[in-house]
Write a protein that binds this ligand. Structure first.
Ligand SMILES: Nc1nc2c(c(=O)[nH]1)N[C@H]1C(S)=C(S)[C@@H](COP(=O)(O)O)O[C@H]1N2
Ligand SMILES: [Mo]
Length: 258
């Protein structure tokens, strides 16, 4: 058998990787660029042959998926994120969303119902008053956004593991997904959902959670990056089917540990 000669690629490797990175949203791009990525490095990391920008983009996504698994393995459910004294709270705490502050959704408190779905025993929807009647706790932690800022804030609410137990969630399931009053959605791994510092927050700095920070409710996880913390939550579901997320589906790393 005559072996075909290897096709020599007339590719400028660095340019191909740069082009593929340009297709990712800015924060994901920055995460990758923190380690200078060459074409050879990327194909080693991903085990993918890279012949053009599409395969480079595919390889980048493979690396990100691999990253999810490694972060999942490394996550220690008992390890607590740092907490801070109230004197260190950042004032004013920054607002961030995929839109400007004047477009923050207005959620009507009286008609609000938190929907519960998927692998849970009790799918009854919750009013805000019912959620407020549950035992509350608060914590001062640092929020880290991949867009290049971090800030310390104080959130109060219901320990999410208690809430999941109350609704009879199947905690052997892989994911908890969230749908928000804007078009935002995200999902997290079950070990993080059950982490002691993961709070279903109803207050910010001792006051009812204001609209800009996610009224009526935000899931606060000091063990995860900002984009994993959904504001204006309307529905929570437990599932084994990968639900993705608003930014995650555009290339942000899904696990998003901080
Ligand atoms: N519903 C919803 N939740 C969201 C977002 C959003 O656009 N919509 N943005 C995320 C991002 S990227 C960040 S950094 C934080 C910002 O929260 P803050 O406005 O309380 O600082 O919310 C996260 N949760
Ligand atoms: Mo963010």
């Amino acid at each position: 058998m005559v072996k075909k000669p290897l096709r020599r690629l007339a590719l400028d490797g660095d340019a191909v990787v740069k082009q593929a990175l340009r297709r990712l949203p800015q924060p994901a791009r920055r995460l990758f660029l923190r380690r200078t990525l060459t074409l050879g490095g990327l194909s080693l990391l991903s085990g993918c042959a890279i012949v053009d920008e599409d395969s480079a983009e595919h390889a980048l996504m493979q690396v990100s998926r691999f990253n999810d698994r490694v972060q999942g393995w490394l996550f220690d459910p008992k390890q607590l994120a740092p907490t801070y004294p109230e004197s260190m709270i950042t004032r004013p705490f920054p607002f961030n969303a995929y839109y400007d502050e004047d477009e923050v959704p207005e959620v009507d408190a009286a008609n609000y119902r938190l929907e519960i779905g998927g692998l849970v025993a009790d799918k009854r929807a919750w009013t805000l008053a019912e959620l407020q009647a549950l035992p509350q706790t608060d914590q001062v932690t640092r929020h880290i956004c991949v867009e290049g800022w971090s800030a310390i804030g104080k959130w109060g609410g219901v320990r999410f593991s208690d809430f999941l137990a109350r609704v009879g969630a199947d905690t052997s399931a892989k994911y908890v997904g969230f749908k928000c009053a804007d078009d935002y959605y995200t999902s997290i791994d079950m070990p993080t959902a059950l982490h002691a510092q993961t709070l279903l927050t109803l207050s910010y700095d001792g006051q009812q959670l204001p609209p800009r920070y996610g009224f009526p409710m935000k899931l606060r996880m000091p063990t995860k990056l900002g984009y994993k913390n959904p504001k204006h939550i309307q529905a929570i579901f437990v599932t084994n089917t990968y639900p993705g997320g608003y930014w995650e589906d555009q290339g942000y790393n899904w696990f998003g540990g901080s």
